[in-house]
Design a protein around this ligand. Structure first.
Ligand code: SF4
Length: 226
């Protein structure tokens, strides 16, 4: 077994992280990094962090509607679009930024309209902002989506800088590519949440591949990949 935290494989019936009478496997990060966890908890004392964390947790609870009656399971009632705009209102955001993939322009415009419908001010920026050719990244022509043509590179750093300059207070990602989103997260000054995680094959529902791992997508579990 690797010397690493592996919560995803935890099989404890009652988990230590959820109950003070719970148990933990040897790879539990609470056993491996107890001191670091205690130290990092002080970050929540920062006013800005506490505000986001508190409001996000309140939003989480409201996502289940009325508190569940004893003996009943909670039932979710809110879409992610509703949750994001409600969180933005709770945080009293002056401006919300939308960073989108040009392939999801239509969804981005709909996202903006849904945010504006509750009187949020919205600014938005496309991944192609700056119109820099992919060649500046060292790509060969045959590494483009459509060789032989000009293709603007995705510019997540530019998107972050535009939204930073627009003073957005919460940024929403609509379909940025894998990896480009990583750079956007790194360079965005405002906290970021994701509305759409791009998956070109499943209609932007990446979990669909996971739900189908025991069936049509079982080849993804083959050791060594393709
Ligand atoms: S924190 Fe520990 S108890 Fe909780 S899921 Fe991870 S391994 Fe299991």
């Amino acid at each position: 077994m690797p010397d690493a935290s592996m919560c995803a494989y935890c099989q404890e019936e009652s988990r230590l992280c959820e109950s003070d009478t719970g148990t933990a496997p040897p790879f539990c990060p609470m056993l491996r990094f107890g001191d670091s966890l205690q130290e990092s908890a002080t970050e929540y004392d920062r006013e800005d962090v506490l505000r986001i964390s508190r409001m996000a947790s309140i939003q989480e609870g409201e996502g289940y509607g009325e508190p569940a009656k004893v003996g009943r399971r909670p039932r979710p009632v809110k879409t992610r679009v509703e949750e994001i705009r409600e969180l933005a209102l709770k945080l009293e955001c002056g401006r919300v930024g939308v960073a989108f993939c040009t392939g999801l322009r239509r969804e981005a415009a709909l996202c903006c309209r849904a945010l504006e419908a509750v009187s949020l001010e919205v600014v938005s920026v496309s991944c192609k902002v700056g119109r820099r050719p992919k060649e500046v990244l060292g790509l060969q022509d045959d590494q483009k989506i459509r060789p032989g043509r000009f293709e603007a590179m995705c510019n997540p750093i530019g998107q972050a800088e535009v939204l930073n300059a627009e003073n957005s207070e919460l940024n929403v990602v609509v379909g940025l590519c894998v990896g480009h989103d990583s750079l956007f997260f790194r360079y965005s000054r405002a906290p970021v949440t994701v509305l759409v995680a791009k998956d070109r094959v499943t209609g932007h529902n990446p979990a669909a591949a996971l739900y189908n791992l025991p069936g049509y997508y079982s080849s993804l579990l083959d050791v060594g990949g393709d």
